[in-house]
Design a protein around this ligand. Structure first.
Ligand SMILES: [Zn+2]
Ligand SMILES: [Zn+2]
Ligand SMILES: [Zn+2]
Length: 182
């Protein structure tokens, strides 16, 4: 017994999709000129999300003199408590080097114990205020520039790219107190 089954192979052809060529429109991106925020530019480069341009705790820092700035340790200094080797924070009040909240929280402990709320990150040189619970903009806050410049100099061997104020002169080791040009 044999049964023959006729197979009908039907092939359905899909319609060709229409290609819309030449329909691309170049949209002109409007750039707001005249509103270049250098703080935003450098902030974005440093990975900052938001940085305050003011902080009521800056007065807790010692005056940015040469003697104080000479106490800034190398950026690869270990945590003074647990000796974690890298990416620590520098207390801007007493210049102690302590590890981050992602290691052993010694900088955070230091703030809780001493009230020293201003710290500079040796990993990206950003400045954090524990009391404000925010990053601070070293571009906008002049009080932060001297120690930031020193840290940048120690870390990268050169000064930061922004306009350097004449607040620090490491070659002479003296503060410039002359008021010339005024
Ligand atoms: Zn530590
Ligand atoms: Zn401190
Ligand atoms: Zn603050």
């Amino acid at each position: 017994m044999s049964s023959a089954a006729g197979e009908d192979s039907s092939s359905s052809r899909k319609g060709k999709e229409k290609e819309d060529a030449g329909a691309r429109r170049e949209e002109a991106v409007e750039v707001a000129e005249g509103e270049v925020d250098l703080g935003d530019l450098y902030g974005a480069a440093a990975g900052w999300v938001e940085a305050r341009t003011s902080c009521p705790h800056l007065g807790t820092m010692p005056p940015a003199g040469a003697i104080d700035l000479e106490r800034v340790p190398p950026p690869d200094s270990p945590c003074s408590r647990c000796h974690h080797p890298a990416e620590n924070w520098l207390c801007l009040i007493c210049k102690d080097v302590l590890c981050s909240r992602f290691i052993n929280k010694h900088m955070l402990c230091h703030y809780q114990e001493t009230g020293h709320c201003l710290a500079l990150s040796f990993s990206d040189l950003s400045v954090w205020c524990f009391a404000c619970d925010s990053y601070l903009d070293v571009q906008a806050i002049l009080e932060l520039r001297p120690v930031y410049e020193v840290a940048h100099l120690l870390k990268f061997g050169e000064r930061p790219p922004f306009r350097s104020l004449e607040v620090l002169d490491l070659s002479t080791g003296e503060n410039r107190s002359s008021s010339s040009g005024a």
